[in-house]
Design a binder for this molecule. Structure first.
Ligand SMILES: [Zn+2]
Ligand SMILES: [Zn+2]
Length: 249
């Protein structure tokens, strides 16, 4: 069975290069949405997916570029006649949502349920097996491994290239990993190409798609791919992702 992945947003907090903020769609008829930053709601429509098809959203963390279209998504569903939505995310997810929603009395009818996720948690959604892993970021953050049949895709969210994410991604058919800056940037809380490649060398990951690109990456995309390739070892496909790119694994 194939697993369908759509990159909705491959950008960050600073808009550039036609890249919306974070959003990743996984699955076919009942897809799961991972993160919902600014622009992801429009990208959903451009991908031909109705807000009504998104019953479940899983958040990696609560930075604005990963959550700012979540309330608008819930409102879009409400306008279309459905007031329920299931949201999975790290500690603080419910408090964040309820604080923002609380500013809009007309959204009091929204019936959003929350499941708090911790690294190591495993559960099944829409026939897909989900496992959460720990990200290394400036606030508590998760990555997710999604398995359907024999296929596995891993979404890093925001993180440094780190051992927990390597463990989560072991043997995955596809790793959608952030790579915020090109070489020779030295950063914490985010990823750069060479460190990313070294971290996943020997992990068994078959294909890597780089997302979460800051404007500093403009014109450096090919060089970033080469830097990952030279560090990750032979036999791994590496590319820079683009918004609305569909990948079947
Ligand atoms: Zn972040
Ligand atoms: Zn981010």
């Amino acid at each position: 069975m194939e697993l369908e992945v759509t990159l909705l947003g491959t950008g960050v907090g600073i808009p550039h290069s036609g890249r919306a903020q974070a959003g990743l769609l996984v699955g076919g008829e009942d897809p799961l949405l991972f993160d919902c930053g600014a622009g992801a709601l429009l990208r959903l429509a451009e991908a031909g997916v109705s807000p009504l098809d998104i019953d479940v959203v899983l958040l990696t963390h609560l930075h604005l570029d990963h959550v700012s279209d979540l309330l608008p998504l819930a409102k879009a569903r409400w306008l279309l006649g459905v007031d329920t939505m299931d949201v999975f995310g790290p500690e603080g997810t419910e408090a964040w949502f309820e604080t923002v929603r609380g500013l809009y009395s007309y959204l009091a009818d929204l019936d959003v349920s929350f499941t708090i996720v911790h690294p190591g948690d495993e559960f099944t959604l829409g026939g897909m097996k989900i496992r959460a892993g720990e990200a290394v970021h400036s606030i508590p953050a998760l990555g997710y491994r999604i398995e359907s049949g024999e296929k596995a895709v891993v979404y890093s969210g925001d993180t440094e290239p780190a051992p927990p994410m390597r463990a989560l991604a072991a043997g995955a058919d596809l790793l959608v990993h952030e790579c915020s800056f090109p070489e020779p940037f030295v950063v914490t809380n985010h990823s750069t190409p060479r460190r990313l490649g070294l971290t996943f060398n020997g992990s068994g990951v078959k294909r890597v798609v780089l997302i979460h690109l800051y404007p500093q990456t403009i014109g450096r995309e090919d060089e970033m791919v080469r830097a990952v390739l030279s560090a990750i070892g032979p036999g791994v496909e590496v590319e820079v992702g683009r918004d609305l790119q569909k990948i079947s694994i």
